[in-house]
Write a protein that binds this ligand. Structure first.
Ligand code: SF4
Length: 365
C-alpha cells in the first residue's frame, strides 16, 4: 500500500474485522495510546467493527490533554506580562486554566502568536530584540526534537530574548503508571507510531517483560489500527507478550538516532505532573543546566504553583482507560467543545471531543 486511500479501503477493513472475530475467544481490553488513534477509531467507527468482548480504551497520548493546569496558569501569567510575545501551537489557546485560557488573555491585549514550528519563534525573537519571546513547548517525544533543536540554535546564535515554557512528556513511564495502578484494565497496548518513529521501541521491551502485556507499534489510518488490533489480540489469544511493529513503513527498532541525540543534548529526564493523572516519576523532559538560561519558569520567577482541577471533570479516569467520555456527568451538557471543563474536550485529539463530534447525539445530555 502506497497511498492514503488504500489505508481506508472498506473491503480490507472488513477482512481484518473478520479475522479479528475469527481468532477472538475471550474478552480483551486494549488501549490505544495516542489521541490521533482515538480520533480515527471514533471517526471511522473501528470499535464498532470488533467482537463484543474486545474493548478499546483511550489512552493518555494527547499532549494538550495531559498538560497540567499549573502549566496553563503559568502560560497565562507569562503571556499577560508587558513586553512578552508568547508563542504556542494553536490547540493550546483554548485549554482552560483556573483563570481562563490563552484566547481570553489575547482578547485583553496580550501578544500571543500561533506558530507551526518552534523554529519560527527564533525569527520572531530576532525581529523583536526589545521583547521577551516565549515558546510553549508542549508534546511527547514527537515534538521534543524540534524544541531541542530550537534551544540549541538559540544558544549557538546567542539569542538572549528567547525562552521556553517546557511541558514535554514521555510515553513509556505513563504506560508503566497505568499498568501498575490498582484499577488497571489494560491487557495490551497499541503504541503510538509517530513517537516510535523518533524513539524506536527498545524502551517498551522491558515493560512487556515486566508486566507481560503485548505492545504493538501502530499507525494512524483505519487499516493500520485494525491490523494493530489483530496483532495484539493474536498475541493475547496465544498467551504471548512481545513488542511487535505494525508501522514498519515509518518505524525501526532503534528509532531516529539524530533526533534522540538532540533531545539528550538539551534535555534531561525529570518527574512531571500529568493533568488528571498526577505526578509520574521520570516521565518528563526539563532543560539541562547548560541551557537553563532558556527556561521561562526561571526567567520569569514562577516555579511554584499549585491549582485545583474542576471537581466535575473525570478526564484522569478517561486518560487511564477506566471510564469512557460519555460516562462523565458533564459530557455534552455542562462540558462541550464550546465550553470545555477539561482538556480532553478541547483538543481535537481528546477522547471527549472525539466522542462529542462523532458519536450518536443521544450520548449528549
Ligand atoms: S466530558 Fe468534560 S468534564 Fe467530562 S471528562 Fe471530558 S473534559 Fe472532563
Amino acid at each position: 500500500m502506497k497511498y492514503i486511500d488504500e489505508y481506508r479501503d472498506a473491503e480490507s477493513a472488513k477482512r481484518y474485522s473478520d479475522l479479528i472475530h475469527s481468532i477472538t475467544t475471550s474478552p480483551w481490553a486494549i488501549m490505544e495510546v495516542c489521541g490521533g488513534q482515538t480520533h480515527a477509531i471514533v471517526k471511522y467507527g473501528i470499535d464498532e467493527l470488533l467482537p463484543k468482548g474486545v474493548t478499546l480504551l483511550h489512552g493518555p497520548g494527547c499532549p494538550v490533554c495531559v498538560t497540567p493546569v499549573e502549566l496553563i496558569d503559568k502560560a497565562l501569567e507569562i503571556a499577560s506580562r508587558p513586553g512578552v510575545i508568547f508563542c504556542s501551537f494553536g490547540d493550546m489557546l483554548r485549554v482552560p486554566g483556573t483563570k481562563g485560557d490563552l484566547f481570553s488573555v489575547k482578547a485583553k491585549g496580550a501578544d500571543i502568536r500561533i506558530v507551526y514550528s518552534p523554529l519560527d519563534t527564533l525569527k520572531i525573537a530576532r525581529e523583536n530584540p526589545s521583547k521577551e519571546v516565549v515558546f510553549f513547548a508542549v508534546g511527547f517525544e514527537t515534538t521534543a526534537p524540534a524544541t531541542a533543536m530550537t534551544v540549541n540554535q538559540a544558544s549557538k546564535m546567542d539569542i538572549k530574548n528567547f525562552s521556553i515554557l517546557v511541558s514535554h512528556v514521555l510515553v513509556p513511564p505513563a504506560l508503566e503508571a497505568i499498568l501498575s495502578s490498582h484499577n488497571n484494565n489494560v491487557k495490551g497496548f497499541l503504541a503510538a507510531g509517530h513517537v516510535c518513529t523518533i524513539m524506536g521501541y527498545t524502551e517498551y521491551e522491558p515493560i512487556v517483560e515486566k508486566y507481560h502485556v503485548p505492545i504493538v507499534v501502530t499507525g494512524f489510518e483505519p487499516l493500520d489500527i485494525l491490523q494493530g488490533i489483530y496483532m495484539c489480540v493474536k498475541q493475547l489469544e496465544e498467551a504471548r507478550a512481545e513488542v511487535e511493529n505494525q508501522y514498519t513503513r515509518s518505524v525501526i527498532r532503534v528509532g531516529n538516532q539524530a533526533a534522540q541525540d538532540i533531545i539528550r543534548e538539551v534535555f534531561e529526564i525529570i518527574p512531571r505532573k500529568w493533568r488528571g493523572i498526577g505526578e509520574i516519576s521520570a516521565s518528563g523532559l526539563g532543560l539541562r543546566n547548560e541551557y537553563a538560561s532558556f527556561d521561562a519558569e526561571r526567567q520569569f520567577g514562577i516555579t511554584e504553583y499549585s491549582c485545583e482541577e474542576s471537581s466535575e471533570c473525570i478526564s484522569g479516569l478517561v486518560l487511564k482507560g477506566v471510564k469512557k467520555p460519555h460516562e462523565c456527568e458533564a459530557f455534552g451538557g455542562r462540558c462541550t467543545p464550546e465550553h470545555p471543563l477539561g482538556a480532553t474536550m478541547v483538543s481535537s485529539e481528546g477522547a471527549c471531543a472525539a466522542y462529542y463530534r462523532y458519536r450518536n447525539t443521544s450520548l449528549k445530555k
